[in-house]
Design a protein around this ligand. Structure first.
Ligand code: ZN
Length: 385
């Protein structure tokens, strides 16, 4: 009887997710610092303290997605494109944005945007697009941020190496698919505590010699302060000895667009057919010789024509994006690079499935009971007749 009561109590006290909790998770997946300056990502409308048991992921914060979210009893709508770009002078149902804001607030629906931060981040829109089209070995087409790396070398008595490693290894930030990388070498450390010292080992005035380890990790500059705080907490010495060494090694590069290679080069006509099929298109626009061989592919979901010259610089045979204008097409002919315009909608819509699946994983990890719905109510505004 007693056990039953405790069990039911713990069930009802399970933490509920709030809008702010989910925003925190989204910010981890797609850090707002990666967004372009002109962008407006994060919470657009809503109450951060509201509970969320069901949410929807969509491309646009338009009436289709907002209606679909409210009809499905969602408390949160996560979209790629932001609802609010420019400061608003009024919120009126006389215009599109005002109607959406009014409808969302009336229905208790919060709206969050993950836009250029989700384009840029690893495993975001552009990596999803590259994966869908079989393009591998991708790197950013244009770097916007490269993380500076430092080496942190700590001297610790051998008796305390494990407790120090436990707190410092999570900060090890080498690029690539390896975590908790470190190096250790043993030696003798010496010191003479002076008047006023409270030494962990030895006594004031006497030269001490201690068996120590030099323990090294590579840390991201942005995480150095947190690592030093952890170091001071875990290190037994009153004055821990450590070196912070700048490195010229390249850190993880974040950037817009991607460039990679096709495992098997194919002619442009055949690659265009693959793009149509994988992105669910009935048509797309091509610039270039349909018989030319395509091996290296540059891409940018949405509206990426401004990256055309970056694609040429990276040696791409083809650049795939949306919203290509007449003069972009002419320029690509001059530059000798093929173009595929697969449309803004189709090159970004795959974020709905990608981001939903990622959120489901994050919620499961945190034991948060939030249902994630994929919006299927949106259609490409362009039709081909
Ligand atoms: Zn877009």
């Amino acid at each position: 009887m007693h056990t039953k009561r405790v069990h039911s109590f713990s069930f009802y006290s399970m933490p509920k997710a709030k809008v702010s909790d989910i925003l925190g998770i989204i910010n981890k997946i797609a850090p707002p610092a990666l967004a372009e300056n002109w962008d407006n990502v994060g919470l657009q409308v809503g109450d951060p303290t509201h509970e969320v048991v069901r949410m929807m992921v969509a491309l646009d914060p338009g009436p289709q997605a907002v209606d679909a979210a409210l009809e499905s009893s969602c408390q949160l709508l996560l979209t790629h494109h932001p609802l609010i770009f420019k400061p608003l002078k009024r919120i009126s149902t006389n215009d599109g944005t005002g109607r959406v804001i009014h409808r969302a607030i009336s229905g208790g629906l919060s709206i969050i945007a993950a836009h250029t931060n989700y384009d840029t981040v690893s495993d975001g829109v552009n990596d999803l697009l590259a994966a869908a089209l079989g393009i591998t070995g991708c790197k950013p087409l244009k770097t916007v941020k490269s993380e500076e790396l430092l080496k942190l070398a700590v001297f610790v008595p051998v008796t305390h190496q494990e407790q120090l490693m436990k707190v410092l290894l999570p900060f090890s930030g080498m690029p690539g698919n390896y975590a908790e990388c470190s190096f250790r070498v043993s030696g003798q450390g010496t010191f003479r505590p002076l008047d006023g010292a409270a030494p962990f080992i030895g006594s004031v005035g006497q030269l001490e010699s201690v068996e120590e380890l030099r323990f090294e990790i590579v840390v991201k500059k942005s995480e150095l302060q947190a690592a030093l705080k952890a170091l001071h907490k875990a290190h037994p010495y009153e004055e821990p000895a450590y070196d912070i060494i700048p490195l010229l090694n390249e850190g993880v590069c974040e950037g817009i667009g991607r460039v990679g290679t096709l495992e098997n080069p194919v002619v442009l006509k055949s690659f265009a057919a693959t793009v149509k099929e994988r992105l669910g298109l009935t048509s797309l626009r091509i610039v270039g010789d349909t018989g030319q061989l395509i091996s290296r592919v540059a891409l940018c979901g949405g509206s990426g024509a401004s990256l055309l010259r970056d694609a040429v610089r990276e040696g791409a045979d083809l650049f795939l994006t949306g919203d290509i204008k007449y003069h972009d097409a002419r320029e690509s002919q001059d530059l000798g690079i093929a173009l595929l315009d697969a449309g803004h909608f189709a090159t970004e819509r795959l974020m709905i499935q990608g981001l939903s699946a990622r959120l489901e994983k994050e919620f499961a990890k945190r034991k948060l009971d939030v249902e994630v719905l994929r919006c299927s109510a949106e259609l490409d505004p362009f039709d081909v007749i």
